[in-house]
Design a protein around this ligand. Sequence first.
Ligand code: UGA
Length: 458
Amino acid sequence: MTGAMGGGATGPGGAAAPGGPPARERIGVIGAGYVGLVTGVCLASMGHEVTLRDIDAVKVAALNDGQTPIYEPGLVDIMAEHAERLTYTLSLERMLDRSDIIFIAVDTPPTYSGDADLSRVMGVVDELERVGADARHILVMKSTVPVGTGERVRAELDARGLGEVGYCSNPEFLKEGAAIADFLRPDRVVIGCFEAVHGDRVAALYTPLAAPIVRTTVPTAEMVKYASNAFLATKISFINEIANVCEEVGADVAVVADGMGRDARIGSAFLRAGIGFGGSCFPKDVSALKQLAGNSGYHFQLLTSVIEVNELQKRRVIGKLKKHLGTLEGRRVALLGLAFKPETDDMREASSLVLAARLLAEGAEVCAFDPVVDTSTERLKGVTMASSAEEAIAGADAAVLVTEWASIVGIDWAAARDTMRSAVIIDGRNALDPLEMTRLGYTFEGIGRIPAHVGVPA
Ligand code: UGA
């Protein structure tokens, strides 16, 4: 459990004494979604008074009951531990009244054109005008917004008589499933501002974390976020293409990635080949950056390929299944894991959705299991839900490991094999040992990992 950090108090809103502990600030958060909630709860753990405002009455009621609307390891505990400094409300007036530094953490979903939808961000500006924010307030943009949004918001604030309200960009770099540790132990904190005094105040919040703080302009801070996500997505699509070539030429991508990653210039992170990246961030942000470039007259060729490789990667599983089963018509295929990655209940842009739809279109019978996601969703229409991985596998002609949940990877594969109609496994996350699975009698394929190409010659 992550404990409180910093938290020395000089009273709400007070300035820190020189050389003394950091000031305890009155923090507001607009949007108690994934980012807003983690930000608010972590800032409360650091000693600040936090008021989170959301427009969803059910969510606010649940939070007031000590429940979180999202699955994030450790969040409920840290929320309970610092409950006396956390207030949840539906009222923007109440939040404004109780806060000086206000984080905006509303969602920015993609539009049909691939641009980011800023209507919720702009809605916040409307509300702030109505309720009357003032010179006391500094807005801090946490939502991922296209480069230029801060300048647009600044102009809107000025035009509506809110010129005294401060504005900073402070992009988030949280990974779902590890968000609390990412917040409290960041690799870096990026702060863009129009006026140094506002940036200083926001930077002071992070001083106790002892992380490098990158201070810059608002557009540059906005670009750091997009460029970081786009680069990580590029690494994944790159290693996925290497994996596809490995299958053709008889190499093992896991060892290739290990060998590459040990070069400090390359780094080992985000070189796990698989059936593509998903989630609420990479697909949306890569496409928004490509669109942003396109809108300003630059064709971002590399990102076009990153997106295309990712789409094709999900579908290659169908080809692998056909290679082993022939037609998929009437075949029973188990999908093991549905979330876009382990330790989250998020299914946004999950590879499982594309796979399930393709399998159903091929006439297959699809039986799925995930330990956490809400399986009542419309998006899984036509898919039968099992209550365990073993139940999904029983009677299947093939199983696809889609999300590498430890509880799925760790099942008794020897026992599971005997329950299958034909023991074909496609490991979409390279989480299983190809040689061990072959020894157990499976027809096994990973991504860029075919058993015949794996291991060290005797
Ligand atoms: C990502 C970034 O990692 C965060 O830094 C960023 O703050 C966040 O987006 C955001 O913009 O809000 P997240 O989407 O939670 O975080 O998940 P990741 O752990 O980055 O995984 C993204 C996808 O890439 C998953 O589908 C995962 O399975 C896949 N992946 C990741 C790979 O296929 N291979 C890898 O080596 C790593």
